[in-house]
Ligand binder design. Structure first.
Ligand SMILES: Cc1cc2nc3c(=O)[nH]c(=O)nc-3n(C[C@H](O)[C@H](O)[C@H](O)COP(=O)(O)O)c2cc1C
Length: 412
């Protein structure tokens, strides 16, 4: 797993870093070959572990030829175990990458199974782990896979989310392996992060809706997709910040290179935010429920013939923005709230800025005809003590990048 020979290597930040690449049994395993080539060009040493099923899709010879390193598959190989024991294999790299990661290997990782070399290495490693899932859209969207991904993210496993697109199985949707250059970029962000303008800063971001229980099976929620908050977390990380994202229940993937805390209710969100402090920057993009049911039932409320529907008594939720923005030793230097309004946008945003002691409010009109709530675009106004800046309608990713740059300027 030594660095690549000099004739191939230009000067690269990842020169001399070591990646243990686990290739599992998906149709996209052939893309691992291109990933190895890209990593070697960057001067990265690559050692491959190929699962038995991965060997159905790509040969050991190809992996070995491109990585210029021995390929490991067998947990019980006497030779391999004496040369490079499986524990040592899990520790010798700077980063463990699983690409493609099958639904199967993700499930094994989530439940701590160690029944072959790849899963044993993953359980034994003390190094960061990055997974690039690839599978049929139904497999990816299956609640079991999504629950496994949530578990892994909670444990700090980093993810290059799958892309949406046409699949080998003639279906369409999320599940396609991210392209090798995208996986390479995620690896680079971990092994050789660019010293961006927010390097050394900690950013706390909230995203998504909250779910407020009515009983064990019902809840109050809203239409937030989490797209804007997730994009802001990713954009801040791209500028070098260490980012903690506290997010409510969403169906989109965790952004790579970000620590994600998954919560459900507003009270859990506040707890997670408080335990993430201190932070230099806090961006509250989540659509937190203003109210919760006073006493959520412990059993499912039954519909009974002739009995009127139950009345729900609502009580206010904690105000997360106002709590974190209140003056005190732990107040982040820059606190940014969001105001999603359907009426009197600017007046409401300006009032929110003052009432909640925020530094900026990102105000947007979420009337149904704008298509912003749950959509891919946003049209925002940045409201601060200096006045109002109106931005054009942009993709949520572009709003995020622009906001991250403004944050970096403000803290410079
Ligand atoms: C043609 C074919 C393509 C497959 N592609 C995928 C895939 O892209 N993603 C996936 O999760 N499983 C895929 N599978 C199923 C896995 O190979 C299977 O779940 C296997 O147990 C995975 O083993 P591993 O995780 O140990 O490599 C495919 C199976 C076949 C027959």
């Amino acid at each position: 797993m030594g660095p690549a020979p000099n004739h191939e290597v230009e000067r690269h930040a990842m020169n001399g870093k070591r990646v243990l690449l686990i290739v599992s049994g998906g149709i996209a395993a052939y893309k691992a070959l291109e990933l190895i080539r890209l990593l070697r060009r960057q001067g990265c040493g690559v050692t491959c572990v190929l699962t038995d099923n991965g060997g159905q899709f790509v040969t050991r010879l190809s992996l070995q030829a491109l990585s210029e390193s021995k390929v490991y598959s067998d947990l019980f190989s006497l030779t391999d175990e004496s040369e490079m024991g499986h524990i040592q294999l899990s520790r010798a790299a700077d980063l463990v990458v699983v690409a493609p990661a099958t639904a199967n290997i993700l499930a094994k990782m989530a439940s701590g199974l160690a029944d072959d070399l790849a899963s044993t290495v993953l359980l034994a490693t003390d190094k960061p782990v990055l997974v690039a899932p690839a599978m049929n859209v139904r497999m990816w969207l299956h609640p079991a896979t999504q629950a496994n991904m949530a578990t892994l993210a909670q444990r700090g496993v980093l993810v290059v989310p799958p892309n949406e697109g046409a699949m080998a199985c003639n279906e369409f949707g999320p599940g396609r392996l991210a392209e090798p250059p995208e996986i390479l970029a995620a690896i680079e962000q971990i092994l050789a992060p660019a010293p961006g303008p927010l390097a050394g800063r900690h950013a706390l971001v909230t995203s998504g809706p909250t779910h407020e229980p009515i009983d064990p099976v019902r809840y109050l929620a809203n239409r937030s997709s989490g797209r804007q908050g997730h994009a802001i977390a990713a954009a801040l990380a791209d500028l070098g910040a260490r980012v903690t994202l506290v997010c409510g229940p969403v169906t989109i993937a965790d952004p790579p290179g970000v620590t994600v805390r998954h919560i459900e209710s507003a009270r859990e969100m506040l707890d997670a935010c408080q335990s993430a402090l201190p932070a230099d920057i806090a961006v509250f993009a989540a659509a937190v429920a203003d109210w919760r049911v006073d006493q959520a039932a412990t059993g499912k409320i039954k519909k009974q013939p002739g009995v009127a529907p139950p009345g729900l008594t609502l009580v206010p939720n904690p105000d997360i923005l106002a709590t974190i923005a209140a003056a005190g030793p732990n107040r982040p230097r820059l606190v940014i709230g969001f105001a999603a309004e359907t009426d009197d946008l600017m007046a409401n945003a300006q009032s929110k800025l003052r009432r909640k002691n925020a530094d900026w409010i990102v105000a947007n009109d979420v009337s149904p005809e704008t298509g912003i709530m749950g959509g891919m675009e946003n049209a925002v106004n940045i409201v601060s003590a200096d006045g109002i800046e109106t931005w054009p309608r942009l993709a949520k990713d572009d709003v995020a990048r622009r906001l991250a740059r403004r944050i970096a300027e403000a803290l410079a």
